[in-house]
Design a protein around this ligand. Structure first.
Ligand code: ADP
Ligand code: MG
Length: 292
């Protein structure tokens, strides 16, 4: 491609809210075979809401939620915000936790009023030695509905299953359809529960799912997709997405996402709307075919 055609292409892209930080990316993007997208904050709004709370015998809803939310006050995860918001809606008083610990990709723990509170994914409570069998059927049902199940233990006893649901962004279904129309495969990469991720993928017509991926596993997930399909573009928004944005053949960051993600990407989508992704791909294809 000539410098002029790249300027024209990146100019047209900018009008559609797609910022190419390097002209080179316009050419690389054209060879994309699979577009992999982060789930939370990329395919979804990243603003989950608490939808379900179920307790084991001996625990009361408000008391348990107050303890769990007390710990989550110190986490920046969107799930934590959902839990704290639900507690505040019920006007619960939240104590200050001690010994707060965040376990990346797993969950959080702290001491509240002298009790150990542990909250997180099934694999986190599993690692701590809790049996989650009591909630087996409930968890399956929640995941089928596209909700993310979490668990909480209070003072060494399994106390609750909590579900959060994160609405899909308005432009996401159209964006996926447009990517398919361009002849591309679409994949999802997420730290979330496998059954939840698969339910959402089915709903959106996404071809492949890499679920329960730990934050440092996103790069390996991309490499698997590249081996299967060829050149891979990755779309993400979070701090955790920065290594994958750098590893991808082309990294596209959501402009409303974190600065760290934006810095790691070659392409920035100015709004949060994913329809910008097929637009960028279409421009890259059109720009370069004009020259031939
Ligand atoms: P993602 O945001 O894609 O789900 P993360 O790696 O941030 O990926 O988290 C993976 C999983 O760990 C979450 O889906 C959730 O089950 C659990 N988790 C992480 N942080 C928290 C938290 N603050 N409270 C409860 N669970 C958490
Ligand atoms: Mg995200």
């Amino acid at each position: 491609a000539t410098p002029t055609s790249i300027m024209v292409g990146t100019g047209r892209a900018a009008e559609l809210g797609v910022l190419f930080r390097k002209g080179q990316a316009l050419q690389t993007l054209r060879d994309t075979k699979v577009v992999a997208l982060d789930k939370t904050g990329t395919l979804t709004k990243g603003q989950p809401e608490l939808t379900d709370l179920q307790l084991t015998p001996g625990f009361a809803e408000d008391d348990a939620l107050a303890l769990i939310a007390a710990v989550e006050q110190h986490s920046e995860h969107p799930i934590a915000e959902a839990i704290v918001a639900a507690a505040k809606e019920r006007k619960l008083t939240l104590a200050s936790p001690e010994d707060f610990q965040s376990h990346s990709g797993l969950g959080v723990s702290a001491l509240v009023d002298g009790q150990t509170i542990e909250v997180g994914a099934d694999r986190y409570l599993g690692q701590l030695g809790y049996s989650l069998a009591a909630f087996g059927d409930t968890a399956q049902q929640l995941a089928k509905e596209g909700k993310s199940p979490l668990y909480a233990a209070i003072d060494g006893k399994l106390a609750a299953i909590i579900a959060v649901a994160d609405p899909i962004k308005e432009g996401t279904p159209d964006a996926i359809k447009a990517l398919h129309d361009l002849g591309l495969k679409v994949a999802m990469i997420t730290g979330d529960n496998r059954h939840t991720a698969e339910a959402i993928a089915r709903q959106l017509g996404i071809d492949e799912v890499e679920a329960e991926v730990m934050p440092d596993g996103k790069v390996a997930a991309l490499q698997r997709l590249r081996k299967l399909h060829g050149s891979v573009a990755f779309v993400g928004d979070g701090i955790n997405d920065a290594p994958a944005l750098a590893e991808a053949d082309v990294g596209l960051a959501i402009g409303t996402g974190t600065d760290i993600a934006i810095e790691a990407a070659e392409v920035v989508l100015m709004g949060g709307d994913l329809r910008a992704v097929p637009n960028a791909l279409a421009i890259s294809q059109a720009t370069l075919s004009n020259i031939r």
